[in-house]
Design a protein around this ligand. Structure first.
Ligand SMILES: [Zn+2]
Length: 81
């Protein structure tokens, strides 16, 4: 499987998260519980996706909230292709 670059993981994470928020917001005005639950599940899925894939492409360690250009563990440039 092709490794996702941390930059792409962040981008995909935000896209999924925003979709979840939008779905939940559609459910709010008419208290559509199904939409609220689906929205919440999409948001949770985006967080799980982030935790699984937001890793250094070189050493494979989880990058946590690090948004820097370099891996804090092995120093590799994580934004480079
Ligand atoms: Zn690393």
């Amino acid at each position: 499987m092709k490794k996702l670059m941390p930059r792409d993981v962040r981008r995909i994470y935000w896209v999924i998260m925003i979709v979840g928020v939008i779905v939940a917001l559609f459910g709010l005005p008419n208290e559509n519980k199904a939409l609220l639950i689906i929205g919440a599940l999409i948001m949770i899925a985006s967080i799980i996706f982030y935790y699984i894939f937001y890793r250094c492409p070189s050493c494979g360690r989880y990058l946590d909230r690090s948004t820097g250009q370099y891996c804090p563990y092995c120093g590799v440039n994580i934004d480079k292709k």
